[in-house]
Design a protein around this ligand. Structure first.
Ligand SMILES: O=C(O)CSc1cccnc1C(=O)O
Ligand SMILES: [Mn+2]
Length: 603
């Protein structure tokens, strides 16, 4: 093979032989103009953001320091689940909830897509670490990409550059993440602000722990440390090594008596994880601090409890609906600058705006770069538009958020967006019943993924798009984790639903900061001081057991929010049976037992 004299290729700041040979191999395949090894410096950020401004991709914000507005191509706005593949060697290991192709076939197909795809562009090499750099066994990755947007986003979302490379030495294992927007530039060709390719593949090879992504420049399709690495590949590693990679927020809850508990919560995309992670309690004396809003890695500590670490370094939150009322801490975080805003609206005075931010200004530039004035039909911002901002800017980030040991989890909440049936909060009867709750979690779909919105679908542990292997094996892994510990040390499991509505379609529960009342009941259940009704579906608080002091809500609505209607649950049974049938024979028999027991309890 001819030696490739691509500028930068031989300026590698590492002697890691496997890394060097992989980078050379990719450069020879994709034929970039140059190779740049990213160092994660502020100078690099400055250079890259200036380049993105010159390319018309970024608009610097006058009202937020060191922050930028960006609009993607309207065809590239969310995760593309139907183009996302788990290419395990054996199709059975990918399972019925994932797309699969034989790994060799996928690699052959994608190799031809990558051939020459970086012509006229720069190939960036981004060493990164998911989780604290001080971890005894840092979880390392390298993303090769031709997208400057990815480079600057990875600086916020991961620990990247020289500080990550320092943990590589010459033989550390790393997850190779190959990404291209798939838009080669011919000599003299004018680039576009958001280059991408209508052909998209987001492929995972779990046995070799590798990720290949082509054609999309957006979010979870392109920032490969997030969903691809920290959930799909990590969930497969965790299953093999005895830990868990979950789609969960982690928050720290301190009671008026200064008792601290850590809570993890798994809600499907765009169902309020970030708002809960940054909650401002409405009940006096209670305090919430955040450790993360989207991903939790949980391992057993020496004391037998499950400890959670957030592998991310930033928030990539849904913008619409975020404002000073719904999430003041998110607003305070982005107000500090150093943030990227994708597919939101731009104000005339150089700030951002999106739906839910109160009264709009007299004129806006929409995410589609059109003029907009109040009353116009068109949305100013895409429903999956995102802010990307550093965790350490959040005023309520817990000091221990980077502790490599993690924090001990007292409670796991599963939550969905359901108009009916699911009560405000239900405590599971035990770990196994909690796994059943998680495995049968249902929610109305959102804009975080391409497809119809508002359709109720099963979203087990809120991980449906992110399980890196057979869902039945994933359920078994959850059960097995419970068997490895003393039951008293496992987190208690709860099922919450902030979104139940009355017969007129109005919300029965105010949500937002008032959800602190539910967290209080959760903690009191853990401490054995709160009452509950024993129902067919689990322990549900009596309305008296919830602290409603000072809450301006009709008590009848709270009763409706907590109600367990046997007929609605009997209607769920065939849907759960259908869901288990779709997963197939690998559904653990213990979950079938839980379904049978629920059926019996419902009469
Ligand atoms: O990747 C995207 O562009 C949207 S999806 C996403 C982004 C951040 C956090 N979570 C999600 C998700 O879909 O769960
Ligand atoms: Mn998510």
């Amino acid at each position: 093979m001819t030696a490739l004299a691509v500028p930068g290729l031989d300026q590698a700041p590492t002697n890691h032989p496997r890394l060097l040979s992989w980078v050379r191999e990719v450069a020879e395949l994709t034929t970039p103009e140059r190779v740049v090894w990213c160092d994660g410096s502020d100078e690099e950020w400055q250079r890259m953001t200036e380049q993105l401004v010159s390319a018309g991709t970024f608009v610097p914000l006058k009202q937020k320091e060191n922050s930028f507005w960006c609009a993607s191509d309207p065809s590239d706005v969310a995760r593309v689940e139907e183009r996302t593949f788990i290419c395990s060697i054996d199709e059975a290991d990918s399972g019925p909830t994932n797309n699969w192709m034989p790994p060799a076939e996928m690699k052959s197909l994608m190799t031809e897509l990558y051939r020459g795809c970086m012509r006229g562009r720069t190939m960036y090499v981004i060493p990164f670490c998911m989780g604290p750099l001080t971890a005894e066994k840092p979880m390392l990755g390298v993303e090769i990409t031709d997208s400057e947007y990815v480079v600057v986003s990875m600086k916020i979302m991961t620990r990247m550059g020289d500080k990550a490379l320092a943990r590589f030495g010459e033989d550390a294992d790393f997850v190779p993440c190959l990404h291209s927007i798939g838009a080669p530039l011919e000599p003299g060709q004018q680039d576009v602000p958001w280059p991408c390719n209508e052909t998209k593949y987001i492929s995972h090879f779990p046995e070799e722990r590798a990720i290949w992504s082509f054609g999309s420049g957006y979010g979870g399709n392109a920032l490969l440390g997030k969903k691809c690495y920290s959930l799909r590949i990590a969930s497969s590693i965790g299953r093999n090594e005895g830990w868990m990679a979950e789609h969960m927020l982690v928050l720290k809850l301190t009671s008026p008596e200064n008792k601290v508990h850590y809570v993890a919560a798994a809600f499907p995309s765009a169902c309020g994880k970030t708002n809960l992670a940054m909650l401002e309690p409405t009940i006096p004396g209670w305090k919430v601090e955040t450790l993360g809003d989207d991903i939790a890695w949980m391992r057993f500590g020496e004391d037998g409890r499950l400890y959670a670490v957030n592998p991310e370094n930033g928030f990539f939150g849904v913008a619409p609906g975020t404002d000073w009322k719904t999430n003041p801490n998110a607003m305070r975080t982005i107000a500090k600058g150093n943030s990227l805003f994708t597919n939101v609206a731009l104000t005339d005075d150089g700030d951002i705006w999106w739906e839910g931010m109160g009264e709009p200004p007299a004129h806006l530039t929409t995410w589609k770069k059109k003029d907009w004035k109040p009353g116009d039909e068109e949305l100013t911002s895409h429903p999956n538009s995102r802010y990307c901002t550093p965790i350490d800017q959040c005023p309520i980030t817990a000091p221990e958020w980077e502790d490599p040991q993690g924090v001990p989890i007292s409670a796991i909440l599963f939550g969905g967006r359901r108009k009916t049936t699911i009560p405000l909060v239900t405590e599971s009867r035990d770990w196994q019943h909690g796994v059943f709750m998680g495995a049968t979690l249902s929610s109305e779909t959102t804009a975080a993924a391409i497809g119809q919105v508002g359709v109720v679908r099963r979203d087990p542990m809120a991980m449906l798009p992110f399980i890196g292997y057979h869902a039945g094996d994933y359920f078994q892994h959850w059960i097995d984790m419970g068997k490895r510990a003393d039951a008293a040390k496992m987190p208690k499991v709860f099922y919450v639903n902030w979104f139940r509505r009355d017969e007129d379609g109005g919300f029965l529960w105010p949500g937002f900061g008032e959800n602190s009342r539910v967290l209080k009941w959760v903690i009191e259940r853990i401490e054995g001081t709160a009452a509950a009704n024993e129902t067919a579906i689990g322990h549900v608080p009596t309305a008296e057991a919830l602290d409603l002091d000072g809450l301006d809500v009709d008590p009848a609505d709270v009763d409706k929010a907590l109600a367990v209607h046997a007929d609605e649950w009997r209607a769920e049974l065939p849907l759960i049976e259908e869901w288990f049938a779709k997963i197939g024979d690998k559904v653990p028999s213990l979950l079938h037992d839980e379904l049978a027991a629920l059926k019996q309890r419902l009469g």
